[in-house]
Design a protein around this ligand. Structure first.
Ligand code: OX2
Length: 798
């Protein structure tokens, strides 16, 4: 039983009123939604603090192994709603707020999304934190407290325009600033070596200060900490310069320091290659490792015990400096021998790879590394020399070659375990990018298929469906998601109808939101066909928009036929410097403008692209989706996690055999999944054909028609040549095989139409998707990491 359920509305009422008056300094008559949100947030936060202390006390007492998750991104979203759901306080708070004419929904929606991440990698880190708390695994998330998270997206004439995000413009009620948890992070300068001992004389230093946010698990039984580092100057300003009248230069040290935690890099799966980015990565890594060692040494005095008590997860290569940094701290600061230090470091570290796209595998020039981190460059050279000596590897398998430091290789060599994020991706790691390293270090690569937290992605975002589930199989599925399988035993016309009603209610709610925000009226009985994710060529939004145009053509040719009405919904941002992705966004918006204004077809086809897709929009959109588009070129999407959220929420997938789609299809049954397109092997084969694009285009009249319309400027008569670059790209390069998979996609979409028209069949497929989604809970993933990667135990008495 949830302890919080016994909390009376009286107590909550009193505490909220107290915070409104004494923390916010407002009386009820003048309190704004913001004031109420702050008062409710402080009240809920207070309720988490006890379990937080208790978790810390228990970890110390039981000398439990701690997990440290190092990530440059944590895409948290809103915090209040998640805490309220996990504490089971939803109804009580709603009741208390209603007495003053406030709604919990308005209060919740007043909170800005904490958008400290770009996409899947950052959201995965947030789901993992919640699952580690739910499972009672003692853990810290370490990241950067960016003042500006992922940019805001607007559309101007259909084009993406970026503006800065500003979530810290108002007080952030969830964090505790820890001025005492502060570390100096050095940069640049030179290294002196005397009698074999290296001393680094840095030329710059910055302070990393901790800001802690408690992360509460399901039913409030355990809370872990997300510790974000903010950069502060070691020296406030140069008084001498100030007094001599040079006021701007006097403030330089402060400005320089602050830039380190100013902005999140908006790249997704590309290597940015900027000095500031390298500094950010080191800033996070060094602060985290100093903090880990300080905590360890406050409990133990023998550093050899470190691997027994500490597991460090490097989320992608971004924190891969953890290897050399831990060795540096152990050797230079704590006086350990090199060999012992390196063995200890390897015993603690693990590395998750999230992508095989070559442009995303980080590399730094030795020149930059040597200049910014001279001591680390020496350490990396020595790790590399020993790696070379131990494995006799060819030059291109070395950490340092062609004057570049290969961070993937460094992370691999320094880790106990290296994992991929879906079965297919982990296999491809072994066959392709990491094949030689896998041979050199056999057994190091393993798989941990991603998952998502069902608390946020089902219980919180889809109350209508959650209620149907609870009425059918009882409570307790929220932290035991395999129980969703029981739904199949209850399959009946009544259950199918209940699922349908829940979905329809979510579609009506989303339609209302679109009406209010975009002025478009959607038909809730049309199929909601959704593709939401970062815009990237490999994810193939282009394939989807080509299909949309082909569908429009087909309807116009035969408007009286028995069409299944569809609303095509897109959402997602492109990296600001990614020209082609931005062209694709503009094309979708141009197509939407024309299609939505066609009186002949608009009751059968609409295109909707709400701007600024983020976690909160996903929470609103996924429960309303009928069809989930997971159509990446096979072999390119490491896993995907959106695909799992859709399945859990009763959307059917149209997808390729890529990433975790493969496992989703296995779990829901092949007959309940719309599969199309080439396999990863066929993709490789296809790339060998030099004219693959042209020959595929020539084989499809529908595709030729689509491309012809773009050539004529059918969607952009004001500038008919706008998409000629994109067309040239498609005809002559087509790097992600849009043309080659087009016909299969079109044919599969026809099957989707037929299935949707057969309501009972569709509902049965929906049921089997929900019932088969239990495997994709991040609780299962975290258990896998605890057992196979971290060797960590739960400290929760279950
Ligand atoms: C993403 C992958 O593209 C996605 O397939 C995966 O689901 C997600 O990480 C979580 O594992 N590099 N890979 C990713 O983001 C970056 C950056």
């Amino acid at each position: 039983m949830n302890a919080m359920n016994t909390l009376s509305a009286d107590l909550l009422r009193a505490r909220i009123a107290q915070h409104l008056t004494y923390t916010m300094g407002k009386d009820k008559a003048h309190a704004s939604t913001y004031d109420w949100r702050m008062a409710v947030s402080y009240t809920v936060r207070d309720l988490i603090v006890d379990s937080w202390f208790e978790a810390t006390r228990k970890t110390y007492e039981e000398q439990g192994k701690r997990v440290y998750y190092l990530s440059m991104e944590f895409l948290i979203g809103r915090i209040l709603e998640d805490a309220v759901i996990n504490l089971g306080l939803h109804e009580q708070i709603e009741e208390v707020l209603a007495e003053d004419g406030m709604s919990l929904m308005d209060v919740v929606e007043n909170e800005p999304d904490a958008a400290l991440g770009n996409g899947g990698l950052g959201r995965l880190a947030a789901c993992f934190l919640e699952s580690m708390s739910t499972l009672g695994c003692p853990a810290f998330g370490y990241g950067i407290r960016y003042e500006h998270g992922l940019f805001r997206q607007r559309f101007q004439g259909g084009r993406q325009v970026e503006t800065p995000e500003d979530w810290l413009n108002q007080p952030h009620p969830w964090e505790f600033e820890r001025p005492e948890a502060c570390y100096t992070v050095p940069f640049k300068g030179h290294v002196d070596t005397r009698d074999g001992k290296a001393t680094w004389h840095p030329a710059e230093t910055v302070l990393a200060r901790a800001y802690d946010t408690p992360v509460v698990g399901w039913q409030g039984k355990w809370s872990n900490t997300l510790r974000l580092w903010g950069a502060h100057p070691t020296e406030l300003f140069d008084l001498e310069r100030f007094n001599s009248g040079d006021h701007t230069a006097a403030a330089a040290p402060e400005a320089l320091a602050r830039t380190l935690s100013r902005v999140l890099y908006p790249e997704d799966t590309t290597d940015s290659g900027k000095e500031l980015r390298l500094k950010q990565e080191y800033f996070l890594t060094s602060a985290a490792l100093q903090d880990i060692l300080r905590r360890f040494l406050s409990e133990y005095d023998d550093l050899s015990l470190l691997p027994q008590k500490v597991a460090i997860q490097m989320n992608d290569t971004h924190p891969a400096l953890a290897g050399p940094e831990l060795i540096r701290l152990l050797v230079d600061v704590h006086g350990l021998e090199w060999d012992r230090a390196k063995t200890i470091a390897q015993g603690c570290l693990n590395y998750t790879n999230h992508t095989l796209l070559p442009e995303a595998l980080e590399k730094w020039s030795t020149w930059l590394m040597g200049r910014v981190l001279p001591r680390h460059m020496q350490i990396i050279e020595r790790i590399d020399a020993e790696h070379h000596a131990a494995t006799d590897c060819p030059p291109d398998l070395r950490i340092v070659h062609h004057d570049q430091v290969h961070m993937g290789t460094l992370a691999f060599v320094m880790a106990s375990h290296v994992n991929g994020v879906s079965a297919l991706h982990s296999d491809l790691m072994k066959q392709t990018v990491f094949a030689d390293l896998d041979r050199a270090y056999p057994g190091r690569i393993l798989n941990q298929t991603n998952g998502v937290t069902p608390r946020r992605w089902l219980k919180l975002s889809n109350p209508a469906l959650s209620q149907v589930i609870t009425e059918t199989i009882g409570t307790g599925w929220e932290d035991d998601l395999d129980r969703l399988k029981e739904l199949t035993e209850h399959d009946s016309p009544d259950l199918r109808a209940a699922l349908r009603r829940a979905k329809r209610a979510n579609k009506v709610a989303f339609g209302n939101w679109v009406q209010a925000n975009m002025g478009l009226t959607l038909d809730p009985d049309a199929m909601f066909d959704v593709q939401i994710k970062r815009v990237h060529e490999y994810k193939r939004q282009l394939l989807n928009v080509f299909e949309t145009i082909a569908r429009w053509n087909a309807i116009r040719k035969n408007p009286g036929a028995d069409w299944t009405p569809r609303v095509k919904i897109f959402g997602g941002k492109a990296a600001p410097g990614y020209f082609t992705a931005k062209e694709i966004i503009r094309l979708i918006n141009d197509v939407a403008k024309v299609v939505n204004n066609d009186p002949l077809t608009r009751h059968l086809l609409q295109v909707v692209y709400p701007a600024n897709y983020n976690v909160s929009m996903a929470q609103r959109l996924i429960p309303a989706a009928d069809l989930s588009e997971q159509i990446s070129t096979a072999g390119k999407e490491a896993s995907g996690t959106g695909n799992m959220k859709f399945t859990m929420n009763g959307a059917l997938t149209i997808g390729t055999l890529d990433g975790a789609n493969v496992e989703i299809r296995e779990h829901v049954g092949a007959e309940n999944f719309f599969l199309f397109g080439m396999t990863a092997d066929e993709v490789l084969e296809r790339y060998r054909k030099p004219d693959h694009a042209r020959s595929a285009i020539m084989a499809s009249q529908e595709l030729q028609d689509v491309l012809q319309m773009l050539a004529e400027g059918r969607f952009n008569p004001e500038e008919p040549t706008r998409y000629h670059g994109l067309l040239d790209h498609t005809w002559n390069h087509d790097p992600f095989l849009v043309a080659s998979d087009f016909s299969a996609f079109l044919a599969c979409q026809t099957k989707v139409d037929a299935a949707y028209a057969d309501t009972d069949r569709w509902d049965g497929m929906v049921l089997r998707n929900i019932a088969g989604s239990g495997y994709f809970s991040s609780d299962r993933t975290i258990r896998g990491y605890m057992e196979q990667v971290w060797d960590a135990k739960s400290l929760l008495n279950r």
